[in-house]
Design a binder for this molecule. Structure first.
Ligand code: NAD
Length: 257
């Protein structure tokens, strides 16, 4: 990790007035939650084609597979604690500069870190709730999973309308909530610094957000371990583990202020 890049990132944050932070699975890997695409990530254990929204709706066996996958991924999310990168975002907010915190993550760690819930936009929903895909009623996750355990149910259905229940996350092939996406685009177009932390920037439409921000005149900073398809348009890339990079950047900021 280059200390010049850390200092430059610190200056860019200090000079910015309106910052949007955009996070992906990479911000939470150091909290013990595997991402999708790194070696050993979730897609090395499950076939993503079997976990699409369309497959879920099409047959009981795919719904069963979905709930097995969910049972396997959830404990890491339930037990995870926010790391220094999540906490750095809270510090940026305390500096009075954060307009919005847009996340692709479903793990709820930004809430647990103490970010203001009114500034958080969860593009891909959350694992802490379950929803009926027919009547859209929602329940706390534990209420449904405790019932599944107690009654030995593989696939839960809605008591009210009989629709299939699924985590309140956005599966592949499922539309993003349009109000959340529109708000995220608005924020991206109105910031002067767009800071991406831990995203491969390959999942659309979330990954177009840095592009929207750039076109509207924002500077772009990327903190990520691997390359992304948008590296060429970044104003600064800090290649390294998010928790260390973000804590070094916040350290450089406090030295300067
Ligand atoms: P991704 O798996 O496609 O990419 C993660 C990126 O983070 C990779 O480029 C990787 O190099 C980088 N990375 C991994 N560990 C890092 C670290 N310690 N520091 C810096 N960078 C690191 O994830 P994505 O871009 O968020 O998009 C894919 C989907 O993953 C999203 O839909 C999201 O909902 C879902 N997802 C979320 C979680 C979570 O909520 N924690 C976990 C897995 C997947």
């Amino acid at each position: 990790m280059d200390s010049n890049q850390i200092r430059k990132a610190a200056d860019m944050i200090l000079n910015a007035g309106r910052i949007v932070v955009f996070t992906g699975a990479g911000i939470s890997t150091e909290s013990g939650i595997p991402d999708f695409r790194s070696p050993g990530g979730i897609w090395s254990q499950y076939n993503q084609d079997d976990l699409t929204y369309q497959k879920f709706m099409s047959a009981e066996r795919y719904r069963k597979l979905y709930w097995e996958y969910d049972k396997a991924r959830y404990p890491a999310m339930r037990d995870a604690k926010p790391n220094d990168a999540h906490l750095a975002v809270v510090q940026i907010e305390k500096m009075g500069k954060l307009k919005a915190l847009i996340t692709q993550n479903i793990d709820g760690l930004h809430y647990r870190a103490g970010s203001n819930p009114h500034r958080i936009y969860e593009l891909h929903g959350t694992v802490i709730e379950v929803t009926c895909l027919k009547c859209h009623e929602r329940w706390p996750r534990e209420e449904i999973t405790d019932r599944m355990e107690r009654e030995n149910i593989d696939v839960p259905y809605c008591d009210k309308c009989g629709g299939p229940l699924k985590c309140a996350t956005i599966a592949f092939g499922q539309s993003l909530p349009s109000d959340v996406l529109e708000a995220a685009i608005d924020h991206a177009q109105q910031c002067d610094l767009f800071l991406t932390i831990g995203s491969s920037l390959v999942v659309q439409p979330a990954s177009m957000l840095p592009l929207q921000a750039k076109r509207a005149g924002a500077e772009l900073v990327l903190v990520n371990l691997s390359t992304t398809p948008y590296d060429a348009m970044m104003d600064l890339i800090v290649r390294g583990p998010a928790a260390k990079v973000m804590s070094d950047i916040m350290g450089a900021i406090s030295e300067k202020t």
